[in-house]
Design a binder for this molecule. Structure first.
Ligand code: PEP
Ligand code: MG
Length: 324
């Protein structure tokens, strides 16, 4: 099977009825490991900038960050690279910036930390912008957004960074900016968010955790953590439909996008791109290439009526077998 899938990897990610589903990769460390995939993908859908921060001994400075980001942007150019601003807190701690809290996933996380430390965010934004000079493939994404004030504050800092750099003689266009949809509150703020940003990217890992009130890393409740819970699937389907109505491109970069059945459901719902860890690409591409969009849409209708995650998974496995 692995050989069959490998053979397909240079073929486009298109359904048998002609619908293109762009596949992207999630990255975090050195670009070399995945740069060879460039001809087979549509870009980097999520570059987790906190990953390189985890292996340094202090916050890397602007030049050091800029070099890292330049490697990513150059490595994948002209394909777009979505760089997420620092997403620490929750389960991701930096040794030199410890955060101790009783409920870290409900606490100081992602954009909440960086807006409280604008000096950290400014250095990062400046480094990203600087790295993008002459390339034009940078996109910036904000994690853990809960309300539009956070977006406005981050955008103000971005404008300040752009202005500063322009005054220093580095002329850069403002890159597209997007938000992660991973806090359930944002599902009810899509209109206001759409007025402020250029794209939505769904963090299905956190969206599942917060919708189900289940810690994504706690083995005791691991059985309850399931992105195929009917509530999560309904939320995703509504989000895809509403994004379409708002003419906002919405993609998915959580683990669900890298699961072949999940990828089919997300395709059927109308998401316009899937970003995943590189090893998931072959199986997802194979699934997309075997299942017509109309069948993926029917699959969404069939599963949305089911009462439990178990029933959804059983149905997906049964239907999936028919397409292989
Ligand atoms: C997510 O929450 O789904 C996501 C992609 O981000 P992370 O896993 O880094 O929290
Ligand atoms: Mg997340």
């Amino acid at each position: 099977l692995a050989e069959v899938l490998e053979h397909e990897q240079h073929l486009p990610s298109v359904t048998p009825d002609g619908h293109t589903m762009p596949l992207m990769v999630n990255t975090g460390l050195a670009v070399d490991a995945v740069a060879s995939l460039k001809p087979r993908i549509a870009g980097v859908g999520l570059y987790r900038t906190e990953v390189p921060f985890m292996i340094t001994e202090r916050f890397p400075g602007e030049q050091e960050q800029s070099r890292l980001y330049r490697d990513q942007l150059e490595g994948f150019a002209p394909l777009p690279v979505v760089m997420r601003t620092l997403d620490i807190g929750g389960d991701k701690d930096l040794p030199y910036f410890p955060i101790h809290e009783a409920n870290p996933f409900l606490g100081w996380r992602g954009i909440r930390v960086t807006l409280d430390h604008p000096e950290v965010l400014m250095v990062q934004l400046r480094a990203m912008l600087r790295a993008s000079v002459g390339l034009d493939n940078l996109r910036i994404m904000l994690p853990m957004i809960t309300n539009v004030d956070e977006v406005d504050m981050a955008l103000r800092l971005l404008d300040r960074a752009l202005k500063e750099l322009n005054e220093e003689g580095v002329s850069i266009r403002r890159p597209e900016v997007g938000v992660m949809i991973e806090v359930p509150a944002t599902l009810y703020q899509l209109g206001a968010l759409a007025e402020r940003v250029d794209f939505f990217s769904v963090g299905s890992n956190d969206l599942t955790q917060y919708l189900l009130a289940v810690d994504r890393n706690n083995p005791r409740v691991a059985d309850l953590y399931d992105a195929c819970h009917p509530a999560v699937l309904s939320a995703l389907a509504q989000l895809a439909a509403e994004s379409r109505r708002l003419e906002m491109p919405a993609t998915v970069c959580g683990e669900l996008a890298g699961d072949p059945c999940g990828a089919l459901l997300l395709t059927g719902m109308g998401f316009v791109g899937l970003s995943m860890n590189a090893p998931s690409l072959p199986r997802v591409r194979a699934a997309i290439r075997r299942v017509p969009l109309s069948d993926a849409q029917a699959l969404v209708d069939e599963t949305l009526g089911l009462p439990t995650a178990r029933a959804v998974r059983a149905h997906l496995i049964e239907r999936f077998a028919q397409w292989q």
